[in-house]
Design a protein around this ligand. Sequence first.
Ligand SMILES: Cc1cc2nc3c(=O)[nH]c(=O)nc-3n(C[C@H](O)[C@H](O)[C@H](O)COP(=O)(O)OP(=O)(O)OC[C@H]3O[C@@H](n4cnc5c(N)ncnc54)[C@H](O)[C@@H]3O)c2cc1C
Length: 390
Amino acid sequence: MDFSFTPEQEELRARATDAGMEWRDEAAVWDAENDAPYEKLNERFRDLGLLGLTMPKEYGGKGGTVIDYVIVTSALFRASQSWVCGEPPFCTSGPGPSIVLMAEREETRQKFLPDIVTGKKGCALALSEPAHGSDLTHLETTAVRDGDSYVLNGSKRFITGAIFNDLYAVFARMTDEPGARGIGAIIVEKDTPGFTMNRGPEFVASRGIPHGELYFDNCRVPAENLVVGAGKFADLMTAFNMERMHNSAYSLGFAEAAYDEAAKYAQQRVSFGREIIEFQSSYHMLADMWVQIEAHRLLTYKAAATARDGRFPEGMESTISKLYGATMLPQLTLNAIQLHGGDGVTMDYPVQRIHRESLISLAAGGAPPLLRNTIASRLFPHRRFSQTRS
Ligand SMILES: Cc1cc2nc3c(=O)[nH]c(=O)nc-3n(C[C@H](O)[C@H](O)[C@H](O)COP(=O)(O)OP(=O)(O)OC[C@H]3O[C@@H](n4cnc5c(N)ncnc54)[C@H](O)[C@@H]3O)c2cc1C
């Protein structure tokens, strides 16, 4: 077992770190103004070779591994201290493109993937609905086959990249079968008649790009846009494991960023005539932070190493690493704030923003209780129970 990076992986990490550092100051402004220049960022990352990391070369990707993906995204989060910098790799090689890669017809893959993978067209992932978030198997949006089209009705909320993106991979009910069995996924293009969007609510974190609402009112989509029909929900969720890897890299990068800020502050701030790092409570707090980061790093890379074909990490490992990161990060960033004293609760230090970003890990991509359900049901397969009231 060798835990060290290869020279190529070291180079990738250095490239991503430099890329993240380029945007660190500007990223604070994106957060304050709730507006990020996503196109500009995408172009820069394309020039740096950081798009389509895990996607096959035949569609314009780099043909890399999920480990490459984690190296790049965690380094970007740490260096830029901004979630926005993770979006170009996410949108060009995360769960959205992984789902499109599952399209049953090559024609569909050719129609969409090259533009998605090279960052020419962003593809948002639209699962959550106003009445259904954790209970995805209860989705109400419908996509009904009519001749050579599907007709969509319903709504989605919290969709990252709404308005900004050209494409939307929409999960919808395609048959009358109840639960997960009736759900499939289809791509809806921006400007399709019957499809409207808004920016949605203002978030305390994950700012700069909208997490908006989508509305489908007899929206007619060509049947060739079908990615996966009803009956393959489990396959769709396999691609969703990339979301969990992204969430894990997110927790890793932001935990490191909080540690960096706390370590810097603790070595500069003087109290009772000595730097506060010399008080053992501060000294130990930094040590505890580092141990949590190291544990999470191992879980994240272990999960990434289980990926098949560079894209499909195992459900159990990716869920474990997401859960650990999601529960560790908010507390670790609070400790970083505590080490800053009063400065930590001003808007003058980045640690408040890093802490706000940590809150996203409690919902996006699956809330911790749902992750625990997944893990426990794998540990005790004969004790699985329905979450639905009977
Ligand atoms: C910043 C951000 C970006 C997002 N981006 C996207 C996106 O791009 N696309 C998309 O489709 N969605 C997106 N989401 C939505 C996200 O996936 C949901 O918020 C998440 O799945 C939780 O759903 P919910 O908000 O409806 O909460 P609910 O499902 O209503 O959960 C509320 C609470 O109840 C608990 N709960 C619910 N069911 C159970 C259960 N069975 N057992 C125990 N506890 C339970 C939850 O853990 C939670 O604490 C985003 C969310 C955020 C915050």
